[in-house]
Write a protein that binds this ligand. Structure first.
Ligand code: 2P0
Length: 355
């Protein structure tokens, strides 16, 4: 028997992924960029046992056995086994069944990137167990949950959409299968800024509500791509240019530009959700109070010191530099005292690093 345990962090996007070109392969409509949090903070933990004596694959999530036949789990397992066979890695273990236990140390499905950490951890751990290079399997994590491919690396990570030369009509037969394999391998994540390069970057997460969200990201993004006209403008005109400006801001450690782009991208993502029909509302009154708070804080501070960003839920992620943390936290507890909407301003990810 072989047993492997892995830990994978969450990532918080500064240029958001929302919408797919291909639902099955999970090919995104646009590039996205995120920061990966430290594994000391919010993370998923997965243990995999492989044995020639097991008669079937099995999966436990947060202590409860769930079906291993969910399509996204099944595709990750079969792709990893296929790759191990191609690379002649893992020996007989590619034919052994596995028992997988996975858990998150933070609320699941509350818009806190739980599926990103979960699938990246699953793929990372099984890849290690089968002797594969985990830096080469982000395209497999992507097929579990799109944003999971970004949690395979530390620092700031860019997930690239399919290059236009690989876009093509699907037909039947071997040629089509070859094209789909090439398409799948081409949309992967890469680290663009190492965790050490901008070592003073910090992330604070304010948990406004840790209940599971009412509209899943998968359903929400399908509805947005079908109904929002603002979204078409976002994908084709805004995001390509914004990703380039974001990479430049990160390379130049230009916090003010980084922060402005981050806030504008969060705002536009939520505007697209509102432009969806019927609309999707992830932010609540407290989220909007955090937005007002950050803009006022930046005005009083005389420059852009803090950026907010919201994913598919009401919880706020704040990006800021280390020297702004004390003032931000002391001001925050005055704005949101213990008895108010954010009962405890949770400080979760004060630094980020690789797994
Ligand atoms: C992101 N989100 O870039 C964006 C911002 C939510 C808002 O990636 O359908 O859970 O599994 O590919 O990865 C959430 O999407 O969706 C997400 P699927 P996923 O972080």
């Amino acid at each position: 028997m072989k047993i492997c345990t892995g830990i994978a962090p969450v990532n918080i996007a500064v240029i958001k992924y929302w919408g797919k070109k291909d639902e099955k392969l999970i090919l995104p409509m646009n590039d996205s960029i995120s920061g990966t949090l430290s594994t000391d903070e919010m993370h998923a933990k997965t243990s995999v046992a492989l044995s020639p004596d097991f008669t079937e694959d099995k999966l436990w999530l947060n202590g409860k056995e769930v079906s291993i036949h969910q399509p996204r789990v099944a595709v990750c397992l079969s792709e990893l086994r296929k790759l191990a066979q191609q690379k002649k890695s893992g020996g007989d273990m590619v034919h052994w069944k596995m028992h997988i236990c996975s858990e998150n140390n933070f609320p699941t499905a509350a818009g806190l990137a739980s599926s990103a950490a979960g699938y990246s951890c699953l793929v990372f751990t099984i890849a290690h167990a089968l002797g594969l290079d985990s830096s080469q399997v982000s395209h497999i994590a992507r097929q579990g949950s799109g944003s999971a491919c970004r949690s395979m690396f530390g620092g700031f990570v860019r997930w690239r959409a399919l290059p236009s030369e690989l876009e093509g009509k699907q037909s039947d037969g071997e040629e089509s299968e070859d094209l789909r394999r090439k398409q799948s391998e081409a949309s992967n994540a890469e680290q663009i800024i190492s965790e050490a390069y901008w070592g003073s970057m910090r992330v604070i997460i304010l948990v406004v509500n840790d209940q599971a969200k009412s509209t899943s990201s998968t359903d929400g993004m399908q509805r947005t791509t079908l109904t929002s006209t603002l979204y078409t403008h976002r994908v084709h005109t805004v995001v390509p240019e914004r990703c380039e400006r974001m990479e430049t801001a990160l390379n130049e450690k230009d916090f003010a530009t980084f922060a402005q782009l981050t806030m504008q991208d969060s705002n536009q993502f939520h505007a697209c959700c509102l432009d969806t029909y019927p609309p999707i509302v992830y932010m609540n009154d407290t989220s909007h109070a955090v937005v007002r708070f950050v803009h006022e804080f930046n005005t009083v501070a005389g420059g852009t010191k803090v950026a907010y960003t919201f994913d598919a839920g009401p919880n706020a992620c704040l990006y800021l530099l280390e020297d702004s943390v004390p003032l931000l936290l002391s001001t925050l507890v005055q704005y949101f005292p213990a008895s108010s909407e954010i009962s405890v301003p949770y400080v979760r990810g004060l630094k980020y690093s690789t797994t």
